[in-house]
Design a protein around this ligand. Structure first.
Ligand SMILES: [Zn+2]
Length: 352
């Protein structure tokens, strides 16, 4: 072989090994294919198995210039509306002509939950759509959807932001999660992403599964595959308040600036509250729940945060904070069952 041919083969190998998203002329997710500088919309088709098929909507913005690929996903819990509306808004805001890199937006993973107003689970199979990753094709609808999101979205991105909020029955104050995986470089980038997102309370997570084949959560599926990623939450109890939606929209835009996908500097949160542990306060009785504190309240250990009565008004359980900390969310509705969550309390850690 001539030196030229060898050089050409060498170049081809280098190109093949570095064909990340940034080098592609077109970018495809599901049925959406976008050329450079273009936006495309389509669906990730989840075929029928033992239960029904579903189509998960997706928008792809393939920037005019090269850059990383950022996936933005919401609606795994289809009644966490503020997060869904935030991504619907972003679909209308992003301009691929001005962008470097690629943004994949999946605004509503769990359509049956959204349409039937069912919190927490996919009503088709009763599973949470943020617990079954990386998924499998020979399972129920949630398993199949999770598998295809892993293949089409997670594997094709460099970074992922999973957006959530308080569900129909959760009065939540905004916060984000920083997953520390133990890899210094990756942890540094995900930390900078969570600071750039801008929410002022950040939960440090160290106990998520480390095995990419048993990743459970969407963000953890990206994190365990070496992709610096974060989870964020804003919105509460079925509401779509501008404050929550704007926090999520602006957070995504700020992370895009941090990743140099959009011009300008990120607005980085200064001195956030770092939460080192989240303690769940569960009800010991079934009955009617009455809260005594609001989301975001700082409580001392032993403080009464609410109580449960039987259906005739007799108090049967006093809910006291098991630890001192901030009420990340408290049950937003009177329906209470034994073992259900009354509140999640974040224990404040040291400055990180
Ligand atoms: Zn959620």
């Amino acid at each position: 072989m001539s030196r030229l041919i060898i050089a050409t083969i060498g170049l081809a190998l280098v190109l093949a090994s570095s064909v990340s998203a940034q080098d592609r002329a077109t970018f495809t997710v599901g049925s959406a294919t976008a050329a450079r500088g273009q936006k495309a919309t389509g669906v990730i088709e989840v075929p029928a198995g033992g239960d029904a098929a579903t189509n998960i909507p997706v928008a792809v913005f393939h920037g005019a210039k090269a850059g990383p690929t950022l996936a933005l996903v919401s609606g795994a819990h289809g009644t966490e509306y503020a997060s869904i509306i935030a991504l619907e808004k972003l679909i209308g805001l992003l301009n691929p002509v001005e962008m470097s890199g690629t943004v994949i937006i999946v605004p509503l993973v769990n359509i049956p939950s959204f349409e039937q107003k069912t919190p927490h689970i996919n009503p088709v199979d009763g599973k949470s759509m943020n617990r079954m990753y990386p998924g499998k094709m020979d399972g129920t609808q949630t398993d199949r959807a999770s598998f295809l999101i892993t293949k089409q979205v997670v594997e094709q991105c460099d970074h992922l932001i999973d957006l959530h909020g308080g569900d129909l029955d959760e009065s939540l104050r905004p916060y984000s999660y920083w997953t520390k995986i133990g890899n210094e470089r990756q942890d540094k980038i995900s930390r900078e992403m969570v600071l750039a997102f801008g929410l002022d309370h950040i939960i440090i997570v160290t106990d998520r599964p480390k095995d990419p084949q048993a990743s459970r959560y969407l963000e953890n599926t990206a994190t365990t595959r070496g992709k610096p990623s974060i989870t964020v939450e804003a919105g509460h109890a079925g509401t779509v308040e501008a404050e929550d939606v704007n926090a999520l929209v602006n957070g995504c835009l700020s992370v895009m600036r941090y990743l140099k996908m959009a011009p300008g500097s990120p607005s980085v949160i200064d001195h956030p509250v770092w939460i080192e542990k989240v303690v769940t306060l569960a009800s010991e009785q079934t009955g009617v729940f009455y809260p005594l504190v609001r989301r975001g309240t700082y409580v001392e250990q032993g403080m009464k945060v609410g109580y449960v009565t039987d259906y005739l008004g007799k108090t049967i359980f006093e809910a006291r904070a098991p630890v001192a900390g901030v009420v990340l969310y408290i049950c937003a509705v009177p329906s209470m069952t034994k073992g259900a969550t009354i509140a999640n309390i974040g224990v404040i850690g040291a400055n990180k």
